[in-house]
Design a protein around this ligand. Structure first.
Ligand code: PEP
Length: 254
């Protein structure tokens, strides 16, 4: 049985006071203890949010990292720096990094390896654009991203990874994939995990859905057999809404 994970991606939002207030509200919220909760603030507020989270059980994640351990890489942040401020997870290959910053599968693969080597958990995002979907290329695009981003990893390493399926056309648009559309791609990913690695890997790896998840659609999405939680953008910026999504995931815990 995979434990649900609800992850909040705060993107480039909130100031220091708001980030601390939101994390404090989440610590104090009446929420399920059967669901893992992760929040990913902007790098600059990780330290402040880490202090607020303390030993609350809510995990802290970053939205990106560089693959080198240190040195002359102006503006970048290393896995060691993330560990130092209490991060346990790192989102990698988010569609905004792929499509706005031009990140490739090969760069994302280097980052996945660096994150695993540092003992952190990658949350690897994959997903097709609307153009890909309309051309009937969803399965092929997701497969290419999966294989490229996870290249050269052992089954044991992949077992320590979280995957997030995020159709680009559903991110921040208010358009959600239907539970059936999402389940279809999650089942493809589960099969890829089985075929490329083994059944243990396919049974263990959590596959989150992301793309306009809100309190009112979360339960239906997470009732699908291969959807193990959600990566939430906009709706993670309000404690009430994010808590409702956490508690919706709990309804589907067997
Ligand atoms: C995201 O940031 O990964 C995301 C899915 O955003 P939203 O929930 O706002 O669509």
């Amino acid at each position: 049985m995979r434990r649900p994970l609800i992850a909040g991606n705060w993107k480039m939002n909130l100031n220091r006071a708001d980030a601390v207030a939101l994390s404090s509200d989440l610590v104090n919220a009446d929420k399920s203890s059967e669901v893992d909760v992760l929040i990913c603030p902007s790098h600059i507020y990780l330290d402040a949010v880490s202090s607020t989270l303390g030993d609350s059980g809510i995990s802290l994640g970053a939205q990106d990292v560089y693959f080198e351990a240190g040195g002359a890489f102006t503006g970048e942040i290393s896995t060691g720096m993330l560990s130092d401020v209490g991060c346990q997870f790192v989102i990698l290959g988010h569609s905004e990094r792929r499509h706005v910053m031009g990140e490739t599968d090969s760069l994302i693969n280097k980052k996945v390896k660096a994150v695993l080597e540092a003992g952190l958990t990658p949350v690897l995002c994959v997903g097709e654009t609307l153009e890909d979907r309309e051309a009937g290329n969803t399965e092929a695009v997701v497969k290419t991203q999966f294989e490229g981003s996870l290249a050269d990893l052992s089954p044991e390493q992949v077992q320590k990874t979280v995957i997030a399926y995020e159709p680009v056309w559903a991110i921040g648009t208010g358009k959600t994939a239907s539970p059936e559309q999402a389940q279809e791609v999650h089942a493809d990913l589960r099969k890829l995990l089985n075929d490329r690695y083994n059944s243990e890997t396919s049974e263990q790896v959590r596959i989150l859905y992301g793309g306009s998840v809100k309190p009112d659609n979360a339960s239906n999405l997470m009732s699908q057999p291969d959807i193990d939680g959600a990566l939430v953008g906009g709706a993670s910026l309000k404690a009430d809404g994010f808590t409702a999504i956490i508690n919706a995931a709990n309804q589907n815990v067997a």
